[in-house]
Each structure stands twice: as C-alpha cells, then as structure tokens.
Write a new protein. Structure first.
Length: 380
C-alpha cells in the first residue's frame, strides 16, 4: 500500500462476523427436515452440491451491498467466509486487498454433509463423497487467493491440517488475532440476581452436588455423543449433574446425569450457577462460549484440540482431556466432580484473570488495529 493512503479499513461482508454460519445452520436445520439417501450423497452434482450452490447465492446476495461499499472506499475488503471472499476477489479494484477471517471449524462442504446428512458418520468417510471433495477444492482455491487468512490462534490452524494437507501451506502464512468477547449485560425485569435466575433454570441441587455445563449445538463436531459415552462410565457415587443447554430437549438422551435445558437465552445467568464448563469438541477454533465461561470465572474442562489448547496456554483455569475416549472423559468428569470449593475457586479465578488480561472485546479490537498497522503506513 502506497504512502499517504489511509490504513486499511475493515468492511464486513455481513452484519455479524459469523452470520454465514447462522445462515448455514438455518439451511441445514430448518423446519423441514430431510435426510438424503446415501446414494444421493455419493453422486457428483447431488444434494450437497445443490445446497452449497444455494448457500453461495444467498450469502453473496446478502453481502453485495457491503462489498460494493468496500470496493468504493476500503483499502482492505475484510470478509468472514469463502462464499463472499470469492466476489470480493473478482470485484476488487487495483491495489485493494481481500482478507478472510475463518470462523468455521472445517471446510464448508464437510460441515454441511456431516451436520445435515450423516452426523453419526466418521468425518473422514465423508471426504470420499465427490461433492465434498469438489467443494473443498473450491475452498482451497479461495484460501490460496485471498491476501491474508486470519484465525484466532496458531492452535486453531491445526483443525484444518488433518482434513486436507494442502491447507498447511496456506495456514503457514496465516495471521492470528486472538478473539475476545463479553456476555450480554445481566438484566432482569424481575430484579433477581444472575445466580438465582440460573438456579431456576437448572433446578434443585443436592448437598455436595457439582454441576457441569455443556453449552452448544448438537452438531457432530461438538462431540456430545462422546460426552454421553463418558457419562455412561461414571462411577455410581459421583454426585454430578450435567446441564445441557442448546440442543432441543427431545434430542438429549435420557440419563440421570443429564438435565436438558433446551435453548437458553440468559447464558450469563446460567454460567453464574454452574461449577464448570465442558467442551468436548472434535474440532475447535476458539469458542466464544468458552470465552464467556472464562469471563464468568469458571473452570474449563476442555478437549486438548485446536484452539482449546490456546485457553490453557494463555493461562485460563483448564483441565485438559487428552482425547475423547469414554474412559478418559469419565475420569475427567469424576475429577471435576470431586474438586472441593477451594480448588474450583482457584481454577475459576485463573479463568477470570485470563479473561481480564487477554480476552475482553477491547483486547480483540486492539489486536485487530495492530494487524492493520502492520500493513499500513499510518493510522488515521
């Protein structure tokens, strides 16, 4: 970028950074459930291809006004998905750069086929489907042509490497901007404090009972099935309840340890009332729900994969799962359930201190500005 030009400005391709994932989830899990036959999934130009074509058209349609504004005014067109990055690359003017921040945990076609069509499958098997392969080729091409790929942390890059080794060269030149977040303000028309409101959501607790929280969707990358496998091996004397927030109550298997809450709007109140967070992701970038749990001062039980490792590295109060074998999960849940109040408080204190030191929205904004400064002459 030439001297005298303003520093790069960020023009989002959507009102929210991860809105493409919201649209994708709405498309995949909308009111009309349809599960295609495996024969259709195995055909080139089949249902996965049609879905991806439709999502591409919808996302690009939504992004068009923002992109046109960016083309007219920005030095950097900042996109948040490969769908809108493609027209940004086509429509940019001379000297403009296209940056893409990654929000998805896998290539989009794999995410779609796995989440919608065969959630019980091993993701490796889905890579053999021709539409999944062809759309990964498309995504690799977009990643290779944008000027900068941005992820939350180097650990997050590892989520793509086992899927296709060709991502490695692209990720080796990626930039990293650690995420920050804050839970919505804790307000209540009833005047009840957050802990009281959260207790109402969870229900009565026995003396000495510990409550862990699974917070997230039922999508297969989130590993809820692995958590169930671990819960089934819990010793009978473990006084533990796992609040399950996010999945529809009807989708949560009946088990004495589970308390299905469905969709919860007041996440801050819920976090105020549990003892620790459970994250058993198979793939992980750097989950916002885990940042919110750190803000709430909660211990974090995390599968040591991808961006989850970064929480441990930056000093949050983490207990790490080396893998998702049922026995390993059961042992870790047992350990968490048997921590005394002082031990829980010490881990929670580390999480809160980490949030204050590293993970606030202000920290993320400053890191974004620092990234822009590296590639601009001066900040206006």
């Amino acid at each position: 970028m030439s001297a005298g030009r303003r520093p790069p400005s960020a023009s989002s391709s959507s009102p929210q950074a991860a809105s493409v994932l919201t649209r994708l989830r709405r498309t995949l899990f909308g009111p009309k459930f349809y599960r295609p036959p495996v024969s259709e999934l195995a055909s080139a130009g089949g249902v996965v291809d049609r879905m991806m074509q439709r999502i591409t058209a919808d996302v690009c349609g939504d992004a068009r006004p923002s992109l046109e504004t960016a083309f007219a005014h920005a030095d950097v067109v900042f996109t948040h998905d490969p769908f809108s990055a493609e027209p940004a690359l086509t429509g940019r003017r001379g000297g403009q750069q296209v940056w893409m921040m990654c929000h998805a945990v896998t290539p989009m076609a794999l995410y779609a086929a796995w989440s919608w069509a065969l959630p019980e499958a091993d993701w490796r098997d889905l890579l053999a489907y021709p539409d999944v392969r062809s759309w990964i080729e498309w995504e690799l091409d977009i990643w290779s042509r944008v000027d900068r790929v941005i992820l939350p942390c180097a650990d997050a890059a590892d989520t793509f490497r086992p899927i296709d080794p060709r991502f490695a060269d692209i990720l080796d030149r990626a930039e990293y901007v650690l995420s920050g977040a804050s839970a919505p303000p804790r307000t209540s028309s009833s005047g009840a404090d957050p802990t009281t409101r959260g207790a109402e959501l969870i229900g009565p607790r026995e003396p000495g009972e510990r409550v862990g929280l699974y917070l997230g969707s039922p999508e297969p990358y989130r590993g809820f099935d692995a958590l169930l496998g671990g819960v089934e091996l819990l010793p009978p004397d473990v006084n533990l309840t796992i609040a399950v927030a996010g999945p529809d109550r009807s989708k949560v298997p009946a088990h004495p340890a589970f308390r299905a809450l469905g969709r919860v709007e007041d996440v801050a109140a819920l976090l105020a009332s549990v003892d620790f967070l459970i994250n058993v992701n198979r793939f992980s970038l750097f989950d916002l729900s885990t940042i919110e749990a750190a803000e709430a001062g909660k211990p974090l039980m995390l599968h040591a994969v991808g961006g989850n490792r970064a929480f441990d590295r930056v000093g949050a109060g983490c207990v790490m799962l080396r893998d998702l074998e049922p026995r390993v999960i059961a042992e870790c849940l047992t350990t968490m359930a048997r921590l005394d109040a002082a031990e829980l408080a010490a881990l929670g204190g580390k999480s809160r201190a980490c949030w204050e030191r590293e993970l606030t929205p202000a920290h993320m904004w400053e890191r974004h500005l620092a990234l822009y400064d590296r590639f601009s002459v001066a900040r206006v």
